[in-house]
Design a protein around this ligand. Structure first.
Ligand code: IPM
Ligand code: MN
Length: 364
């Protein structure tokens, strides 16, 4: 791959977003310098920070810049001051708008248990050892976006409605993405649904079964979401790729973070189809939220944000060597014990910045 210019939009967002993003950018710039690429970074507002500055959680300028960029790197959104407000007025609305605007329908959330972090998980070592799961969460449909929605009426008849809506097209495209990814890994795909209750899941399950005839080298199984929540903790090492709808994926990925030792370890890549130009635009964000309780104190683990940079190099820029170098550096830093407090190190915890600097020096 020749030398490139990386056009990246940076959205630090709220809470710990700015501090973890700063370290992710440090690593991105370091890799660019080391391999001779150029970066063109622009910054914009999203979430609570954007509401404060403009009144909107997803300003038009942010939308324009995101659509012009190759990749967007996001910190986190959400602040407690907005807790009492309806979903339509909250910072999270900005993130949902961004995902929809970019049409990044597949959210890839890898969950790995590094040997050096085996003591960081509260689960028994023999259970978490060898865990290496890729959760593929549908990101632009389902209950998060379905119409009708809203609250109507008053008194005992006051009624709240949300709709779980999926079209065949939406299920097929995320299904194909998951089958394709399973093919590049260990060839196993678990489709998670609630087909014993929901029509929505009946369609989902039927489509996954149909697709499997096109991917005969991938072994497909179906699992009900409640059972999956349990199996993830009983025998996590048996899972390879998991594909599921938006809300189930949201819940299962937070649960699965316990296998990795901390939610501060989970990166994510949100991607869709290639643009007509051949580019694969992506949105890269840590799975953890804005954690306002620890914001601004250098306590936050930046590895999920840094891992999201590795994913950006791999998926959007197609740079497997640079991406692998960042992933290897993360592994080395973990093994060296330079980790933040969430990973419960034996010695003094490192700061957010210490970890960012350590990853840069491990990249070399
Ligand atoms: C996530 C988050 C978001 C989601 C919130 C902040 C809207 O929890 O990315 O998992 O529910 O998708
Ligand atoms: Mn979540």
């Amino acid at each position: 791959m020749g030398l490139m210019t990386w056009n990246v939009l940076v959205l630090p967002g709220d809470g710990i977003g700015p501090e973890v993003t700063r370290e992710a950018i440090r690593v991105l710039e370091h890799v660019a310098a080391r391999w001779g690429h150029q970066t063109r970074l622009q910054e914009a507002l999203l979430g609570g920070a954007a509401i404060h500055a403009t009144g909107s959680p997803f300003p038009d300028r942010t939308r324009e810049l995101a659509l012009e960029s190759d990749a967007t790197l996001l910190g986190a959104v959400g602040l407690p001051e907005f807790d009492g407000l309806p979903p339509s007025e909250r910072p999270e609305k900005g993130l949902l708008g961004l995902r929809k605007a970019l049409d990044v329908y597949a959210n890839l959330r890898p969950v790995r248990c590094y040997d050096s972090l085996i003591e960081s998980s509260p689960l028994k070592n023999a259970i978490v050892q060898g865990t290496d799961i890729l959760i593929v969460r549908e990101l632009t449909g389902g209950l998060y976006f379905g119409q009708p929605r809203g609250i109507e009426g008053a008194g005992p008849d006051e009624t709240a409605v949300n709709s779980m809506v999926y079209t065949r097209h939406e299920i097929e495209r995320v299904g194909r993405m998951a089958f394709g990814l399973a093919r590049q890994r260990r060839g196993r795909l678990t489709s998670v649904d609630k087909a014993n209750v929901l029509e929505n899941s009946q369609l989902w399950r039927g489509i996954m079964t149909q697709l499997s005839t096109e991917y005969q080298d991938v072994e497909l199984d179906h699992m009900l979401v409640d059972n999956c929540a349990m199996q993830l903790l009983l025998r996590p090492a048996d899972f390879d790729v998991v594909v599921t709808e938006n809300l189930f994926g949201d819940i299962l990925s937070d649960e699965a973070s316990v296998l990795a030792g901390s939610i501060g370890m989970l990166p994510s890549a949100s991607i869709g189809d290639r643009l007509p130009s051949g580019a694969l635009r992506g949105l890269y964000e840590p799975v953890h939220g804005s954690a306002p309780d620890i914001a601004g104190r250098g306590l936050a683990n930046p590895l999920a944000a840094i891992g999201s940079v590795a994913a950006m190099l791999k998926y959007t820029f197609g740079l497997s060597e640079e991406s692998a170098a960042v992933e290897r550096a993360i592994g080395e830093v973990l093994a060296s014990g330079t980790v933040t407090a969430d990973l419960k190190p034996a010695g003094e915890p490192a700061s957010t910045r210490d970890v960012g600097l350590a990853v840069c020096s491990a990249v070399g």
